[in-house]
Design a protein around this ligand. Structure first.
Ligand code: NDP
Length: 457
């Protein structure tokens, strides 16, 4: 009989931890898991899932307007924030229950408690007060929002609070220019708030292809969002319900809400990692190798806490690969190359592969780009355009990047990602007969590359 209580003990019941626990148990391991809050993690409880529900809710305001162009007479619509949040809460509770039930069905023992490391094989459960010995320990504690320090920064909320606001503000200031800032600016605007987005850099969504950021910025402005770039929040003062936001350009904005969407940091504080021999990286992340193993052989980590790619499906892949490797005798590395992603801005973004700038740095490329008015807006009259862009290697003809902004871009990119991952060439795209009439047919009908910019080799 082993002197361990479990073969695997998982700390953190989010996407990565739950997947690893279930698969390890399916491979026959004795598995325990501790979660101090709710099963499902950021994605299910206060991230991807409720965010997308809010995106759906916010997009109806335009749909009501667009319907007029198709002959509908829509009476003045009214929106009820409390009702939306109550429906959202029911759905999240349902999903959380499924997560816990699946763990149970797999035979995983659940501990609803905070867990900290004591040594490389021991964790302590704070609510139960007892210690557990495990042969392997997996840290899957995710990340949390980061708010910079400035006068009045404590008046700002983070994405964590956005899903449970008591009421929708009439005016909001959103700070940041990444995924979360741009997604919430769209949600708040669509639900009827007056939104100012304040970003310290030059270009929103700067980690994506430059055309995507520029296109979405233009479209967000057309929808009425005020976007201030090269500007930061200098301070926030509160007077009752009213917040006065001082900006670095000398202006102020009044708001009922300030959202700081200024990045996320790994959740490693107070976990006892140093005590167990795991030293942290510069941003507080847990350094791991390609097998998700830390410098301490019995301790592994997956998901946002490792600060590799902060995406749910990536955490799931990492958790699964870890369990197959350690408990299934199937050595598997999670693949972090060519990961497609969708950003639920309005309009939406779908993207995979190299940006134009990255591809040009690696070799000669052809760029195919098209912007057009989608069919929906021929009758709706809305001034909104879609963007499609292909980055093609001149020598191998491989499609190195696909970038889409517009309705259903997230759905389209999943399909394009299969082709790109398989190494499809531009000619493979061209040989594929278009699906008509759709917006995605543009992906296989672009024939003329853009002229080379002056100075390009
Ligand atoms: P991002 O890293 O995407 O963006 C953070 C933004 O905050 C950047 O614009 C950054 O500016 C700005 N910022 C950082 N520090 C400061 C500061 N001190 N003062 C002012 N501005 C600052 O993080 P998010 O919080 O938007 O998202 C976190 C992660 O969550 C993403 O990287 C993504 O992987 C994941 N996510 C994925 C989603 C999806 O798949 N659809 C949706 C939401 C989140 P600068 O650019 O100058 O550094």
């Amino acid at each position: 009989m082993s002197d361990f209580d479990f073969d695997l003990f998982v700390i953190g019941g989010g996407s990565g931890g739950v997947r690893a626990a279930r698969i390890a148990a399916n491979h026959g391991a004795r598995v325990g898991i501790a979660e101090e809050y709710r099963f499902g993690g950021t994605c299910v409880i206060r991230g991807c899932v409720p965010k997308k529900l809010l995106v759906y809710a916010s997009s109806f305001s335009e749909s009501f307007e667009d319907a007029e162009g198709f002959g509908w007479h829509v009476p003045e619509p009214r929106f009820d924030w409390a009702r939306l949040i109550a429906s959202k809460d029911l759905e999240i509770a349902r999903l959380e229950e499924i997560y816990a039930r699946n763990l149970d069905l797999a035979g995983v023992e659940i501990f609803r408690s905070r867990a900290t490391l004591i040594d490389p094989h021991t964790v302590e459960l704070s609510t139960h007060g007892h210690r557990i010995r495990a042969k392997h320990i997996l840290i899957a504690t995710g990340g949390r929002p980061f708010v910079p320090d400035f006068p009045g920064s404590h008046h700002a909320v983070t994405s964590n609070e956005m899903f449970d606001l008591p009421r929708l503000p009439e005016r909001a200031v959103v700070m940041g220019g990444g995924y979360i800032a741009c997604e919430f600016a769209g949600i708040l605007n669509g639900l009827g708030a007056t939104v100012t987005l304040v970003y310290r850099g030059k270009r929103l969504l700067r980690s994506f292809d430059a055309d995507l950021g520029a296109h979405v910025t233009d479209e967000m402005r057309k929808k009425g969002i005020e976007i201030l770039t090269e500007t930061d929040v200098a301070g926030i003062e509160r007077d009752g319900e009213r917040l006065t936001v001082a900006l670095t350009n000398g202006e102020t904005r009044e708001a009922g809400l300030v959202l700081a969407a200024t990045g996320r940091v790994p959740n490693t504080e107070g976990l006892g990692l140093e005590r167990a021999g795991v030293s942290l990286g510069r941003r507080g992340e847990i350094p791991v190798d390609e097998w998700s193993q830390t410098a301490v052989p019995s301790i592994f980590a997956v998901g946002d806490v490792t600060d590799r790619l902060q995406l749910t499906p990536v955490a799931i892949r990492e958790g699964h690969a870890f369990a197959d490797t350690v408990f299934g005798a199937q050595p598997t590395r999670a693949d972090h190359v060519l990961v497609a992603t969708a950003i639920f801005t309005q309009p939406e973004i779908g993207t995979i592969g190299l940006t134009e700038a990255q591809a040009r740095a690696e070799g000669q490329v052809e760029i195919y780009r098209s912007t057009f008015r989608p069919m929906l807006h021929t009758l709706s009259g809305r001034d909104e355009r879609m963007l499609m862009k292909l980055i093609v290697a001149k020598d191998t003809r491989r499609v190195l990047g696909v970038h889409i902004a517009g309705h259903a871009a997230g759905e389209m990119i999943q399909m394009a990602a299969i082709a790109v991952k398989m190494g499809a060439t531009k000619e493979d795209f061209d040989r594929t007969v278009a699906v008509h009439p759709t917006a995605s047919e543009e992906l296989v009908t672009m024939r003329t590359p853009l002229p080379e910019p002056a100075g390009a080799a």
